[in-house]
Design a protein around this ligand. Structure first.
Ligand code: FAS
Ligand code: PHB
Length: 391
């Protein structure tokens, strides 16, 4: 089989890239290790930057997001029992974020790809890539016990943190940067009305908590938990009781509890692989970088990567290699700014078991400065809504 681009992974990165290429008439196949239902069952991101919203519109899949998504103009930080609203809209000259779950975004992309008759091979096993250091890369996979070979011009590694693409790069050709945090996020999804109209990021001596949502009738909550905790250690009741302890009286009053539709613990890490291009292999999204979700950047970084990559590949087939030659450098400039912001927000809002007393006070003073200075609130706001693209 011959295609122009072989995309590995049918998460947001692969699906958005597939849409951008298809709209430009570029022939791409997507190989996904799991079933579509499994991909949809992973509960992940909930906040889209304007850049991501615009990209979904460009990809032709923004209709349901605009109909059902919730535009948000601010977030609340709850610190020492006091609320501090960060006026995202006012501090950024009118920008906003869109609350719309990654599951719904992925569903929209899958539906659009199917409606266009584009090929996604689900349950593609034993995916292997080769020849990407030359001009004729190949991808092989097994489906229903039969091995298939794909000859392509380019491979897009959109296969997430545990994927095969980054793992196929020679160790001496790649540099990894990593920070693993000494805690995880226990997430709970419930069909209950959100505790507040906007998201609440709570810093508490017992640990960080986040009150988010998927709609006006479906809520998403997170608690910072030790890495040693297991989901089975947390009954629904224990979750709700702990959440109450980390919220203020107003939120405790308005909290509506209900059975967990989903409950999971995600470890937190900061991770970047450099570069993001290896000959005719490009890495995008979680295959190249991971952020702690505190800054709501993971999905949005995936979107900005594939915006750069999609436009670069379209430019290549239009006769110029300028975009693909600059892809890694341009993507990484944006990646590292989002990595810094996510790391900064995580350090400011979480309890670190072994922080030295001086550093603890310095972090408290930094948060106090940020919340009580226009410059501090502005830097938080402009990073949260998403920095402008440097074309
Ligand atoms: P993904 O991991 O979503 O998709 C990669 C795809 O490749 C998967 O479907 C996988 O099955 C497939 N794949 C892997 N190996 C393969 C192989 N060998 N062959 C074929 N296919 C293969 N971000 C936020 O902004 N906010 C959040 O709250 C948030 N919470 C998260 C919670 C968890 C538990 C995780 C893991 C991530 C979370 N993220 C969050 C980040 C998340 O949303 C990612 O940024 C986003 O899914 C990135 O999309 P992709 O790059 O497409 O990677
Ligand atoms: C979510 O709704 O899943 C969410 C929102 C904001 C974050 C992280 C997760 O920073």
């Amino acid at each position: 089989m011959k295609v122009q681009v072989a995309i590995i992974g049918a998460g947001p990165s692969g699906l958005i890239l597939g849409q951008l290429l298809a709209k430009a008439g570029i022939d791409a196949i997507i190989l996904e290790a799991h079933t579509g239902e499994y991909v949809l069952g992973r509960i992940r991101a909930g906040v889209l930057e304007q850049v991501c919203v615009d990209l979904l519109d460009e990809a032709g899949v923004g209709a349901r997001m605009h109909a059902q998504g919730l535009p948000h103009h601010g977030i609340e930080l709850l610190v020492e029992g006091k609320r501090h609203r960060i006026d995202l809209h006012g501090l950024t000259g009118g920008k906003q974020v869109m609350v719309y779950g990654q599951t719904e975004l992925t569903r929209d992309l899958m539906d659009a790809r199917k409606a266009a008759g584009l090929t996604t091979v689900y349950e593609a096993k034993e995916v292997a890539i080769s020849g990407f250091d030359g001009d004729h890369p190949t991808v092989s996979y097994v489906k229903d016990g039969i091995r298939h070979d794909i000859h392509c011009d380019f491979i897009a590694g959109c296969d997430g943190f545990h994927g095969v693409c980054r793992a196929s790069v020679p160790k001496d050709s790649i540099r990894l940067f990593e920070r693993i945090y000494p805690f995880g996020w226990l997430g709970l999804l419930s069909d209950t009305p959100p505790v507040c109209d906007e998201l609440i990021y709570a810093k508490h001596p017992r640990g960080f908590a986040l009150c988010s949502m998927r709609s006006r009738t479906r809520s998403r909550y997170y608690l910072q938990v030790p890495l040693s905790d297991k989901v089975d250690d947390w009954s629904d009741q224990r979750f709700w009781d702990e959440l109450r302890l980390r919220l203020d009286a107003e939120a405790r009053q308005s909290l509506v509890t209900g059975p967990a539709l989903e409950k999971s613990i995600a470890p937190l890490r900061s991770f970047v692989a450099e570069p993001m291009r290896f000959g005719r292999l490009f890495l995008a999204g979680d295959a190249a970088h991971i952020v702690p979700p505190t800054g709501a950047k993971g999905l949005n970084l995936a979107a900005s990567d594939v915006r750069f990559l999609g436009h670069a590949l379209i430019e290549y087939y239009g006769g110029s290699s300028h975009g693909i030659d600059r892809y890694s450098e341009r993507a990484l400039r944006r990646v590292w700014k989002a990595e810094r912001f996510s790391w900064w927000m995580t350090n400011l809002l979480h309890v670190f078991p072994d922080t030295l007393p001086f550093e603890q006070r310095a972090l408290e003073a930094e948060l106090d400065y940020v919340l009580h200075s226009h410059a501090g609130r502005t830097t938080l706001a402009e990073n949260y809504v998403g920095l402008p693209f440097e074309e």
